[in-house]
Write a protein that binds this ligand. Structure first.
Ligand code: AVJ
Length: 315
């Protein structure tokens, strides 16, 4: 496939996601479209914000409990990381593992995947690095990998962006990939609403820029007509879903053109762009149960804001 063909296909996927999302009574666009190049940069900036505590809380857990988490994974482990990105968190874990056999980063971006594989391979010379190019939100089979106890690693609370059905499907797939192995999953916990909302509506306006970048992307790639200054970022708590939601709220009544169609907005109408579910242990355990896992361990940060769960495959 040539570059041109790849681009066409992606444009079509983006276009149909946006057009169908804007056609619903509650407009919504799947959160994966937030991450173009600029969106990924802005997300990186979010992880360094004071208000956005999850990244720091999880890193604290990985540093403090590295030895224990590594022992949970077992000696000679084959580590699969879902949505590996730069592999920064895996590095902390690999460093602590006893004689790890394989690191298999899974990512949808070939460039990122290649760079991560080379960097981790260079840093741990004895380690067999086997990058897997795949979209972990869809079903795929794990390739053949060398023997060893398998462990799945899914940090970043990314599981929070999946609804219950999607999360169970994902956990089941992970269960299939690791056979009778383990999983280590980072999960943001339910807490005071003020703290949660501040994390998704920071004082520096970086999260607002991240959310509004989606409209800039639609304007650029889909010939859209969103006036960016007339849409406002909003973080909302949805108690029924136990989730923080990001919305883009129209300040006026207007029609917006996208890809040659017109979409009406009333003042106050919003586009829902992301849900970030916040779990309590029992809620998370009920899900892992359904997916064939036993929740065996829970490591928390000192502020009790975030947890890294250790799961064992039920046999
Ligand atoms: C790291 C993708 C899980 O939901 O907290 C950060 C994304 N959105 N601020 C999250 C995000 C707004 C983040 N994930």
């Amino acid at each position: 496939m040539t570059d041109g063909e790849v681009r066409t296909r992606w444009d079509e996927a983006f276009c149909s996601a946006v057009v169908s999302g804007l056609s619903r009574p509650q407009k919504s666009i799947p959160c994966c479209w937030l991450y173009d190049e600029r969106g990924s940069e802005l997300f990186e900036a979010i992880t360094r914000l004071h208000d956005y505590y999850p990244t720091r809380a999880e890193a604290e857990i990985l540093w403090r409990h590295a030895r224990d988490i590594a022992d949970f994974c077992g000696e000679g482990a084959v580590l699969l990381e879902y949505g590996a990105g730069a592999g920064v968190k895996a590095e902390i874990l690999i460093e602590a593992l006893r004689a790890p056999r394989v690191y298999a980063p899974i990512d949808i971006e070939a460039g990122v995947l290649g760079r991560t594989a080379r960097r981790i391979g260079g840093r741990f010379p004895g380690l067999d690095v086997q990058p897997i190019l795949a979209d972990f939100t869809r079903d795929f089979d794990a390739p053949e990998l060398p023997q060893g106890p398998r462990a799945a690693f899914f940090p970043g609370s990314t599981i929070g962006n999946l609804n219950r059905r999607e999360a169970i499907a994902f956990l089941s797939r992970m269960r299939r990939h690791v056979q009778n192995g383990k999983a280590v999953i980072g999960v943001d916990l339910k807490k005071d609403r003020r703290i949660l909302l501040d994390a998704y509506d920071d004082g520096e306006g970086v999260t607002a820029a991240f959310n509004l970048n989606l409209l800039a992307r639609i304007n650029r790639e889909l010939d859209g007509g969103f006036p960016l200054s007339r849409f406002a970022h909003e973080a909302r708590w949805n108690e029924a879903d136990s989730a923080v939601e990001m919305h883009l709220v129209s300040l006026d009544s207007r029609e917006v053109a996208v890809a040659g169609r017109l979409f009406p907005f009333k003042a106050g109408d919003s586009i829902h762009t992301e849900s970030s579910r916040k779990y309590e242990l029992a809620m998370f355990e009920a899900m892992t149960d359904e997916a064939g896992w036993r929740l065996a361990r829970a490591w928390r940060d000192r502020g009790d804001r975030f947890a890294v769960f250790g799961l064992e495959a039920l046999v």
